[in-house]
Write a protein that binds this ligand. Structure first.
Ligand code: MG
Length: 161
């Protein structure tokens, strides 16, 4: 019998470029640059998706939704996470909780954390209290610290049902 509770980890990073909307955690954030990607570039949802998949022992986001597949060009990452959760459920698990750190020098995300958490919770069918989103700068260090991109780390747990 599978374990009652399992943990997964996810990480992603995307480059910030001109001329793209900035989507983080499924919400659009007002900023003059956005994240480059084959999909909509939502680095937060990609990290959460991988954490969920990892917790359920499933193949990762790159295996399930290859960036070489034209079907996923410009893909809405909310749809990718929703499809991943279907697979998690098919594997006999349900989402339990998610903890997220967004690594972004710019823009400041303090006022968006709650909205991101609510958006992720809705996509996973969880109470808002089961999703925590933290935002950290990189203290000016390295490419992240120079706002050349945004990264995200996520941990998720799933319960066996
Ligand atoms: Mg990605």
């Amino acid at each position: 019998m599978p374990e009652a509770m399992r943990i997964g980890i996810g990480y992603d990073i995307h480059r910030l470029v001109d001329g793209r909307p900035l989507l983080l955690g499924g919400i659009q954030i007002d900023y003059d640059r956005g994240l480059l990607g084959h999909s909509d570039g939502d680095v937060v949802l990609h990290a959460v998706t991988d954490a969920m998949l990892g917790a359920a022992g499933l193949p990762d986001i790159g295996d399930l939704f290859p960036d070489t597949d034209p079907a996923y060009e410009g893909a809405d990452s909310r749809v990718l996470l929703t499809e991943a959760v279907v697979k998690v459920r098919q594997a006999g698990f349900v989402p339990n909780n998610v903890d997220v750190i967004v690594h972004a020098e710019k823009p400041k995300l303090t006022e968006h954390k709650k909205l991101m958490a609510a958006s992720i919770a809705a996509l996973l069918g969880l109470e808002e209290s089961a999703v925590c989103v933290k935002a950290k700068t990189n203290e000016g260090l390295g490419p992240l610290g120079h706002a050349q991109g945004i990264a995200c780390s996520a941990v998720a747990s799933v319960r066996h049902v």
